[in-house]
Design a protein around this ligand. Structure first.
Ligand SMILES: Cc1ncc(COP(=O)(O)O)c(C=O)c1O
Length: 393
């Protein structure tokens, strides 16, 4: 089945149901985004303009991190974060196998070794027990375990208390990949403050997205903040012409910061809507499929609403839904170790069976804060009918 562009450019109507409806959000924001962009065009500081500082300060107010440092993308945030944490050539860095490729990519690009770890079937997040088996495997093979990239998949924070215990016992750092979870919380603490360093993405489809590429790093550490700011700007030192470390151009554009400021102002409200929509899906589907549970003490940013089907059902269900005009997506149909560049990297003892099974059985349904109840009921009804037909009943 062809992969649809999941971002809508047209408002939803009876014939066209977007997977993520960015136009509905634009309609809500009205003239504010256009005015914000116009202000940047007027002052002309397209790089490092005043909106960058304002956004960074508002992000910190929002999530509680001492420092918020904007950057060019989520991948840039991960890459700057790894360097700031001191990742070195051949260090073993643990990463879950069921995810988008970006975290493993930045590890490999730095010359470190991604060690692939399995995930939990219900939360989709890294499995602490598999992490322990990964550390054992790495030590047995003479690798140097250094850190873990923890990914909050589909919007729900991972089990940071359990992971931190393991990390402390093995002298590892944790870096959070919150590309999908900015806005969520764990035991009352917001994502951005759950680890020493958090990276997020403002890709348009993320819970907080801009109109292009963007990302940010959150930390309470003065040293990490100094490192990241410097590396984001070509390793700059005290002045613009002094370079004290190897860096990059990792900056966020001012226009994107101006857009994000407007979107951040409605994020809390949008998160509530996402919660409502997720609850409606779960109530309507839980007797037929495994709906995504929210673990105790957590909230989710609901970047995706992802159910688990039985083996062999997915293609047919998707086909029926597509005929009914309902878009679905598969995040992710291939576990990391089955992508050609990652087949040779080490894996935790016990293998990655949960990642492999999820890759065959997950299905994500349309999810965005502007999904109207009537339209959502149509999706639920259509999904139920499709599944019952596929199951022959
Ligand atoms: C879990 C995860 N990490 C990292 C990224 C990379 O973010 P970006 O596309 O902004 O580079 C994404 C983006 O899809 C993601 O989902």
């Amino acid at each position: 089945m062809a992969t649809a562009n999941v971002l809508s450019t047209a408002p939803s109507d009876d014939k066209h149901i977007p997977f993520i409806d960015l136009q509905a959000q634009r309609l809500r924001l009205g003239q504010r985004i256009e005015d914000a962009i116009a202000r940047v065009l007027d002052h002309g500081r397209f790089v490092a303009g005043p909106e960058i500082d304002e956004l960074e300060s508002r992000l910190s107010d929002w999530c509680g991190a001492k420092y918020s440092i904007s950057c060019a993308s989520g991948t840039t945030a991960l890459s700057l974060g790894l360097s700031a944490l001191g990742a070195k050539y051949r260090d073993a860095i643990f990463v879950p196998a069921f995810t988008f490729v970006s975290p493993a990519e930045v590890i490999a690009r730095l010359g470190c070794i991604p060690v692939l770890v399995d995930v939990q079937p219900d939360s989709f997040n890294i499995d602490p027990e598999s992490l322990v088996r990964g550390i054992q495997m790495a030590e047995e093979h003479g690798l140097t375990p250094r850190g873990v990239i923890v990914i909050d998949l589909f919007g729900q924070p991972a089990d940071y208390p359990a992971l931190q215990e393991i990390a402390t016992a093995h002298d590892l750092w944790l870096m959070a990949d919150a590309a999908q979870s900015f806005g969520a919380s764990l035991q009352g603490k917001k994502v951005g403050t759950l680890t020493k360093l958090t990276a997020t993405s403002f890709f348009p489809s993320k819970p907080l997205g801009c109109y292009g590429d963007g990302g940010a790093i959150f930390t309470d550490s003065d040293e990490i903040a100094t490192e990241v700011r410097s590396r984001r700007q070509h390793g700059q030192g005290e002045d613009r012409m002094t370079h004290v470390r190897i860096g990059m151009n990792g900056r966020l554009d001012t226009v994107q910061a101006a857009i994000l400021l407007e979107k951040l102002a409605i994020l809390s409200d949008e998160l509530k809507a996402r919660d409502r929509i997720a609850a409606r899906y779960s109530a309507g589907l839980k007797d037929l499929v495994r709906v995504p549970p929210i673990m105790p003490g957590r909230t989710s940013a609901w970047a995706q609403y992802t159910v688990r089907l039985r083996q062999g059902e997915r293609d047919q269900v998707r086909e029926i839904l597509e005929k009914d005009g309902i878009p679905t997506a598969i995040y992710y149909h291939t576990a990391l170790h089955h992508h050609a560049p990652y087949t040779g990297y080490p894996r935790a003892h016990g293998g990655l069976p949960v990642s492999e099974k999820l890759a065959r059985t997950v299905l994500s349904l349309p999810m965005h804060p502007y999904l109207e109840p009537a339209l959502q009921d149509r999706i639920i009804e259509s999904f139920r009918t499709a599944l019952i037909e596929v199951r022959g009943g």
